[in-house]
Design a protein around this ligand. Structure first.
Ligand code: PLP
Length: 372
């Protein structure tokens, strides 16, 4: 009886939606893309949305439309999926990390300003695990220093900061639709923006640098093939139509975990901000301070042997082998991020994870923790 870490939820309507596209000749550049974009824009409250073939592609294009280039610096977090820093490298710029807040696990706004210099062009906050960054403080800093704001909201569709949906605070916001995300298109992503010119440029960039009205073989700028197919978009439409239902389900699953795990003294539970809405992406607990990586790894091994799949989200980006090589980062550079990432465990988490399974996972955790 294995319990997976994550599992996409596809219903009959999703399957029908995909099949219906397969019966048309419009497998790509058809009507489903625009429909998907409109629905996402409407849901998050942005004027425009441009669908792409991954969240990473969306982040890359965001760097380009922001005009980030060689010699520039972009401030971001080391506690994230590697793509959020890689996109800065794609345009030849330098990611400048700031350490994280030990509660939200997001970049610590207190530490941003000391990293700003003449080369700084943008701030790229990541709403890690669907928990909103402190956007009041971050937007205050970006406007004070005239910096561009790009949100990596890849883990946070539907999350809100003081009643405003994430992804809509800056020049662009990016969402991702890999199968472990709240909403999936198989592979896919979308960039939202309120600026018409930016949306037009994004559409050209994803389509080999073509302009909307231009001839098929006329390429006006250096572009990419980052298009999302209509097959994927159809799945996205079907999913965005029930996104609130999905988010409520996930909130319920998180609620069961919070209830069953609250009396385990050895662990800390996910932080839930008061004035914001979390969009539950994963359920990550951590061993209390004092525990070490070896304890976490032992605990994960025991759980895995019991058929409970878990993950170590996230190893610090600055300690990834090629970041170490490129920038000579060392252990100790971002101590809070490092200490926390050695103690985190992502537990199984998906829409229809059963209450009984959550109870079993929690009991197993309670017992196993005594053996590490
Ligand atoms: C999932 C994710 C991305 C993008 O992922 P893709 O697999 O390229 O869609 C980017 N940043 C973060 C923080 C993510 O979790």
């Amino acid at each position: 009886m294995k319990i997976p870490l994550s599992r996409p939820e596809l219903n009959e309507k999703d399957i029908e939606a995909v099949l219906s596209v397969l019966k048309t000749p419009n497998l790509s550049l058809g009507p489903k893309i625009g429909e998907f974009e409109e629905k996402v824009a409407q849901y998050v409250g942005s004027k425009y949305a441009v669908a792409v073939n991954s969240g990473t592609s969306g982040l890359h294009l965001s760097m380009i439309v922001a005009g980030i280039k060689k010699g520039d610096e972009v401030i971001t977090t080391p506690f994230s999926f590697v793509a959020s820093a890689n996109c800065i490298l794609y345009v030849g710029a330098r990611p400048v990390f700031v350490d994280i807040d030990p509660f939200t696990l997001n970049m610590n706004p207190d530490m941003i300003e000391e990293r700003i210099n003449r080369k700084t062009k943008a701030i790229l906050p990541v709403h890690v695990f669907g928990v909103p960054c402190e956007m009041d403080r971050i937007t205050h800093i970006t406007s004070k220093h005239k910096l561009i704001l790009i949100e990596d909201a890849c883990e946070a569709i539907g999350a809100e900061y003081k009643g405003k949906k994430l992804g809509t605070f800056g020049l662009t916001g990016v969402f991702a639709f890999y199968p472990n995300k709240q909403l999936t298109t198989g592979e896919g992503g979308i960039v939202v923006t309120n600026r018409k010119k930016v949306a037009e440029l994004l559409k050209s960039l994803r389509n080999q640098g073509r302009r909307g009205s231009g001839r098929w073989l006329s390429h006006e700028i250096l572009g990419y093939n980052y298009r999302l197919s209509d097959i994927h978009a159809a799945l996205g439409i079907s999913q965005i139509e029930r996104i609130e239902e999905i988010l409520k389900r996930r909130e319920k699953v998180a609620g069961y975990y919070l209830k069953y795990l609250k009396d385990i003294d050895e662990i800390e539970l996910p932080y839930i901000p008061k004035d914001s809405r979390v969009s539950w992406f994963v359920f990550v607990i951590r061993l209390r301070e004092g525990y070490k990586k070896k304890h976490r790894d032992r605990l994960m091994k025991i759980l895995m042997e019991e058929g409970i799949e878990c993950g170590n989200y996230f190893p610090p980006i600055h300690l990834q082998p090629f970041y170490r090589k490129l920038f000579e980062y060392r252990k100790g550079d971002f101590p809070i991020c490092e200490s926390i990432s050695e103690r985190t465990i992502a537990l199984p988490f998906y829409n229809y994870l059963k209450k009984d399974d959550i109870e079993r996972i929690s009991d197993m955790l309670r017992v196993s923790i005594k053996k590490i």
